[in-house]
Design a protein around this ligand. Structure first.
Ligand SMILES: [Fe+2]
Ligand SMILES: [Fe+2]
Length: 256
């Protein structure tokens, strides 16, 4: 039993990660969990990996981590992601590559806690909506017998889905959510990186108290302007000409 601090989808955003970690530590988090996508989009992949490693985070690999390592290709990436990941591949220090390469695709912890990045069987699947949650709940039962709470990332939104005998329901997030012992849950702590969000520029994360079965969702202020300026200055943002070039290349490839 522990008070877990949970982060996901950091995407090389050092300012947001520092703010999220400070907030979790202030609230007494005892162990840090990371649901993948440590790198991609922003200019500090090495620093983010080092911050997690220093804190002994129990982390798993996200699709951006695997693409940065060339274990996955760009075929399911947006142009923005592809551009930033090409830049990330050139930037990664050896130590960061080694750190990312050692991350497992999933982890199981005490009390039926499971960590995955995207879908239970597909690291690049966006687990959004009742249909996909129902399908993934079946995979969870098969692949992780006894699983009760599955934490996931990738879709970059704070979410709680409850699976009962009657079906799947999305639970309203109102600060804190209490999980019932008899049901199964899929929980997304949100994304630390807010550079792609339009609604707000806040670092999202969560606290999970496994003794009481409660999840507290946090949104923390960070210096988003500094992150953006650095990403642009170091070539992580796509310029309109390159964007058009990618689109053209994709169209030509689709014809043959
Ligand atoms: Fe992500
Ligand atoms: Fe992802």
């Amino acid at each position: 039993m522990a008070l877990y601090g949970i982060v996901a989808d950091i995407h090389g955003n050092r300012e947001a990660l520092a703010a999220a970690l400070a907030a979790l530590e202030r609230r007494g988090a005892e162990r840090l969990l990371c649901l993948g996508d440590v790198v991609g989009y922003n200019a500090d992949p090495d620093e983010c990996a080092a911050m997690l490693e220093r804190r002994g985070a129990l982390a798993i690999a996200g699709n951006h981590d695997l693409i940065a390592l060339e274990r996955l290709d760009f075929s399911r990436c947006s142009d923005k992601a592809r551009h930033a990941l090409k830049r990330t591949r050139r930037a990664l220090a050896r130590a960061t590559r080694d750190y990312l390469a050692a991350l497992p695709p999933a982890r199981t912890l005490e009390g039926g806690i499971v960590l995955v990045h995207g879908g239970v069987r597909d690291v690049q699947q966006y687990m959004i909506g009742a249909g996909l949650i129902r399908q993934n709940a079946a995979y969870l039962r098969e692949d992780f017998p006894g699983a009760r709470v599955c934490f996931f990332g990738h879709s970059h939104e704070q979410k709680v889905y409850e699976i009962t005998a009657g079906g799947v329901e999305e639970v309203a997030i109102d600060g804190q959510v209490s999980l019932r012992k008899e049901n199964t849950y899929f929980v997304n702590p949100g994304s630390v990186d807010a550079s792609r969000k339009n609604r707000h520029k806040l670092a999202e994360c969560a606290l999970f108290d496994s003794a009481f079965g409660t999840v507290q969702f946090l949104r923390v202020r960070y210096d988003a302007a500094a992150t953006e300026a650095k990403a642009a200055a170091f070539g992580y943002r796509i310029d309109p000409l390159t964007d058009r070039l990618y689109t053209l290349r994709r169209r030509i490839a689709a014809r043959f």
